[in-house]
Unconditional design. Sequence first.
Length: 94
Amino acid sequence: MVESPESTMGDDMDKLRALEYFIAAADGASLSAAARHHGVSVAAVAKLVSSLEMALKFKLLERRAQGIVLTAACSAYLESCRPLVAAWWWACNR
């Protein structure tokens, strides 16, 4: 049975948090950098990024011993996520 994005991602806050972790991982070239940036464990970042990938049905990051590498599909998705997350933060913090 294939899980729906809703069942793998939980609520909307989990989805936004997953996008934040994904962007931080991409910017820092590692899940560890994203975890440090957000003050959470690497496992928490890995879990939400993996859930995001499951919901999207494509890989965003290739995990390697030296860190992560963005997949070809990731670049366009990453750039579309940045303004979404920035707008959300702006709306919540103004």
